[in-house]
Design a protein around this ligand. Structure first.
Ligand code: PLP
Length: 374
């Protein structure tokens, strides 16, 4: 049995996306910086992909830059805000992905920037009163705010429109890590008050190792990776042409399928939560059910030896779920998100669905959990 319920960590590549990518891994292997025919073919594929991504996210093609992943995008943006825009203060959240959290902490340590952490409600949403208090402690026009659109561990969605308005009123720059929402929510970057955003193809059935950063046309930052003049001098290094084509293709398919997928995963999540609650009445929910990604369910199992072994025991039975984010799940010590939000001792389990999961998968999960826990 092989059941994959860890789609917030990464997703399977869509076969249609692979088809779109294959020519650029095989016959069309020119370097996009070369001026000859094969080079021009590769260049055209990149620029067509950029236009496609910009259309799908409702922004200008010149505002999209391809990178190697969401983490690189966030590193570039946070460092750029400090080095190029003179930000002396960063406001972020203790439950951000480590791509943001560790980058901000590193910048604070190395560059002497002040770092402020906002408070949260118990469900993981940002306490907007506390955010305004943080903003009032920071200089106008010299502050970067970085909040994720949706949390990768608990799925909670932040009100980035409102947060962006508060930032604008204070003259603060706003970056949103949209790695969990691009490809899963309809997003108009033109209508969303962000200066910067990050996204990653492998979260919506695209290839791993391809990200984008969105930089609003009103701001200019310096590159983080230095070398050649690729990506209009914003990101050096020979482009991952197949990956870029894969990003654009995956985004188009993901948005086509989005409504049906969201309806489908919401049904699975609801079914799974109700079954879990019936079987293990002492569990609780991490996050909330209303303002959250339909595909992410995070529960807290009461602490016990068996619960602590659950993720591993499920793995032995061929069922993949997560104990936290993909990056931290291998490490003991728990999830920084759950540790921050929950006062209760327990074992967090993240079950995350895709359009390819079925109620049968949930039934198998429940059956296996019962066997392990009894
Ligand atoms: N931000 C969030 C919210 C994520 O879920 C992830 C991936 O786990 C990242 C950033 C990092 O993205 P990437 O794997 O493309 O570096």
């Amino acid at each position: 049995m092989n059941i994959y319920l860890d789609n917030a960590a990464t997703t399977a590549l869509d076969a249609r996306v692979l088809d779109a990518m294959l020519p650029y891994l095989q016959s069309e292997y020119g370097n996009p910086s070369s001026i000859h025919g094969p080079g021009r073919t590769a260049r055209l594929a990149i620029e067509e992909s950029r236009k496609k991504v910009a259309t799908l996210l409702d922004c200008a093609p010149a505002e999209i830059f391809f990178t190697s992943c969401g983490t690189e995008s966030t590193n570039t943006i946070l460092n750029g805000a400090v080095d190029s825009l003179g930000c002396s203060h960063i406001i972020t959240s203790p439950i951000e992905h480590h791509a943001t959290l560790f980058t901000a902490e590193n910048i604070a340590k190395i560059k002497g920037v002040a770092l402020l952490f906002v408070k949260h409600h118990n469900d993981g949403t940002i306490d907007l009163d506390d955010f305004q208090r943080c903003l009032s402690q920071c200089p106008q026009h010299k502050t970067l705010v970085s909040f994720m659109h949706a949390n990768n561990e608990i799925g909670t969605i932040n009100q980035i429109e409102l947060i962006g308005e508060y930032c604008a009123a204070h003259g603060a720059f706003f970056h949103s890590d949209m790695v969990q929402t691009v490809g899963h929510k309809s997003i108009s970057l033109k209508q969303t008050p962000v200066h910067f955003a990050s996204a990653s193809a492998h979260k919506f059935h695209g290839p791993k190792g391809t990200g984008i950063m969105y930089i609003n046309g009103s701001v200019k930052i310096l590159p983080y990776i230095i070398g050649g003049g690729q990506e209009r001098n914003m990101r050096a290094g020979t482009e991952n042409v197949a990956g870029i084509v894969g990003f654009a293709s995956a985004l188009a398919f993901a948005l086509d399928d989005m409504e049906a997928e969201n309806q489908h995963t919401a049904i699975l999540k609801d079914y799974c939560w109700k079954q879990l609650l019936e079987t293990f009445p002492a569990i609780s929910l991490n996050g909330n059910l209303s303002e959250a990604l339909p595909r992410v369910l995070n529960i807290l199992m009461p602490l016990s030896e068996k619960a602590e072994m659950l993720q591993m025991a499920l793995d032995i039975k061929g069922i993949a779920i997560s104990g936290g984010s993909a990056c931290s799940s291998g490490a003991l010590g728990g999830s920084h998100v759950i540790n921050h939000l929950s006062k209760k001792a327990g074992v967090p389990l993240r079950i995350s669905f895709s359009k390819w999961n079925t109620t049968e998968d949930v039934d198998q999960l429940l059956k296996a959990m019962k066997e392990i826990m009894e």
